[in-house]
Design a protein around this ligand. Structure first.
Ligand code: SF4
Ligand code: SF4
Length: 74
């Protein structure tokens, strides 16, 4: 199930701790990519910590690298 883009989920997202998270995302205040889709930033894969995130467990997410590949689909 695609996560809801709300404040509660935004705060739980651990993207800022991820090695792939870049300054561009920080500057644009972007995370929770499993809900909002791809980051409009230059991103190089450096590992994805989505599997360790409480949102993955809560919504039964199956994928990784949402900041590159886009949101989890319905
Ligand atoms: S699963 Fe990934 S993109 Fe989604 S909230 Fe967690 S860390 Fe952020
Ligand atoms: S979606 Fe995955 S790879 Fe991208 S910043 Fe979040 S945890 Fe890292």
């Amino acid at each position: 199930m695609k996560p809801i883009n709300n404040k509660e989920n935004f705060e739980k997202c651990i993207c800022p701790n991820c090695p792939t998270y870049v300054d561009c995302m920080k500057e644009k205040n972007l995370k929770l990519f499993c809900a909002i889709g791809k980051a409009e930033c230059e991103v190089q894969k450096q590992g994805c910590i989505c599997p360790e995130c409480p949102i993955t467990q809560r919504y039964g997410l199956k994928k990784v690298y949402y900041c590159i590949n886009g949101a989890e689909t319905e």
